[in-house]
Design a protein around this ligand. Sequence first.
Ligand SMILES: NC(=O)C1=CN([C@@H]2O[C@H](COP(=O)(O)OP(=O)(O)OC[C@H]3O[C@@H](n4cnc5c(N)ncnc54)[C@H](O)[C@@H]3O)[C@@H](O)[C@H]2O)C=CC1
Ligand SMILES: O=C(CO)COP(=O)(O)O
Length: 312
Amino acid sequence: MISVLGAGAFGTALAVALAVNGPVTLWGRRIDWRGENPRLPGVALPDGIAVTQDLDRALGADILLLALPAQALGGFLDDHGAGLGGKRLVSTAKGIDLSRLTGPSAMIAARCPDARVAVLTGPSFAADIARGLPTALTLACADAQTGPALQQALSTPALRLYRTTDVAGAELGGALKNVVAIAAGAVIGAGLGDSARAAIITRGFAEMTRLAAHLGARPETLTGLSGLGDLTLTCTSDGSRNFRFGAALGAGRAFDPATTVEGAATARALARLAERDGLDLPIAAMVTRLAEGRVSVEEAMDHLLSRPLKEE
Ligand SMILES: NC(=O)C1=CN([C@@H]2O[C@H](COP(=O)(O)OP(=O)(O)OC[C@H]3O[C@@H](n4cnc5c(N)ncnc54)[C@H](O)[C@@H]3O)[C@@H](O)[C@H]2O)C=CC1
Ligand SMILES: O=C(CO)COP(=O)(O)O
């Protein structure tokens, strides 16, 4: 049995997609809707999904998908981690925790030491998955038995999962691309053009790869779905909330603060990591300042362009 914990856009979309394989329980802390989740408009929930606010009911499953934002995961685990022991736990969060400076898998492992931890990540808008459009994702799990079993259980005819044991690489790709997407959105929002966006994507990818290698990831993971794949999607589509947030910053427009924008907190986490480990992460540093209103897009670009000339 599969339960999805977190009834936001992505949790709901995954529940809809996985319901073709069998019954799914979708848990949310506050379910104040019926039939259609306002975070995923236009998607009717099939009969195979049991929607509940009763966490104990959801914890009856042995595969639990944690579809919570990265900054909410720590609090959820503090409150409920004790009930997750012995389960197969699959995180979908794309971010780095601001207070602990770690990704979701380390947060889960710290609080649920006997759980088998995996990460599901890659280019996939909730709306696409829920509509049954073809999607390829990365399932990362260090355990040689759990990884293949989860790959089977979470694949559907439309949802194709590739497997890796590089959990750090997979989750870093998903977290870091959100920061670059904000920068790409800002460039487009400010009218600086597609060439400047291509420069941000490419130099952003170089920054992602450097940092991921520093944190123990395999370089080839970053060129896969969870890194380059998701970077491409998120930096080039209005479907991305991180991109839209950046575009609003670039255009000087307001942005709904209730929208989940993982890259903003992750950029701040990266700034702290850079300080802790003496790393040079210029794009993440600029996104942090931009999101905090400390620089304009033009000032941020001037700063990036005036760095010393160097080899590519
Ligand atoms: N929406 C998308 O297209 C995709 C999202 N993701 C990732 O999935 C994660 C979740 O994103 P979305 O579902 O889109 O966000 P969302 O904003 O639509 O939903 C987040 C949900 O988490 C719930 N929540 C927050 N704190 C909680 C807590 N402490 N306990 C229980 N529930 C809590 C909220 O009530 C809300 O229902 C993010 O890390 C995101 O980057 C990954 C791939 C695609
Ligand atoms: O991660 C995503 C697509 O793979 C969703 O991106 P946003 O959170 O920017 O909407």
